[in-house]
Write a protein of this length. Structure first.
Length: 201
């Protein structure tokens, strides 16, 4: 008697899906795409803007499929895939030569705002929170693409420094320098915005 599939069985790991895909199982790669599509799109949207994010995401999965045999399993599949996504996004941003449109940071609107906000603001300042977050969104959009990627992965996606450095293909020390410079640039941009009365460009 044939056994019915166990609905509570453990889902295949990324590494198992990679192995099955390399063996010719197209459904396995489709599962990898489904599993990681949202995050790849998010990375792309933060670096190049939502209008170009879909193109970058599609290109990422095409490139990843073509290079799948080069994935050795020495690192997590996600780090390997996200590095391709970041590289595609950075290449796209350089080719387009313009900043992305400002995008939201998520339900609470925080992310990099926490890196530049006064830890103990005057209560009256809290009234300006939405204006502050808009300013942060504009400032992040103005960062150089590599800094936008670092800020996205570390502050918005809350990846640890080791994983972010691996995804970006840089030493941890270099990542920390990028984040330090990005925070300084955000503070400067917000200070200029306050001096200008917070006007949109």
């Amino acid at each position: 008697m044939a056994r019915l599939p166990d609905p509570f069985a453990r889902s295949s790991s990324d590494q198992e899906l990679v192995a099955r895909s390399l063996a010719g199982d197209d459904a396995a790669y489709a599962e990898l795409v489904t599993r990681h599509a949202d995050f790849v799109y998010t990375i792309a949207a933060r670096v190049v803007g939502e209008s170009d994010a879909e193109d970058v995401a599609q290109e990422t999965f095409v490139r990843a499929h073509a290079a799948l045999a080069s994935f050795r399993g020495d690192s997590k599949f996600t780090s390997w895939l996200y590095r391709i996504a970041v590289n595609r996004a950075l290449t796209h941003a350089k080719r387009r030569g313009r900043r992305p449109e400002p995008t939201d940071f998520g339900p609470d609107g925080e992310g990099p705002a926490a890196a530049v906000r006064d830890p103990a603001p005057d209560p009256s300042q809290l009234v300006l929170d939405e204006e502050f977050r808009r300013g942060v969104r504009r400032a992040v959009a103005d960062l150089p693409p590599r800094y936008r990627a670092a800020v996205t992965l570390y502050y918005l996606e809350e990846r640890d420094t080791n994983e972010v450095a691996e995804i970006l293909g840089i030493p941890v020390g270099t990542l920390k320098t990028h984040l330090h410079r990005a925070r300084a640039m955000l503070r400067d941009a917000l200070a200029r915005g306050s001096a200008d009365g917070g006007r949109d460009e």
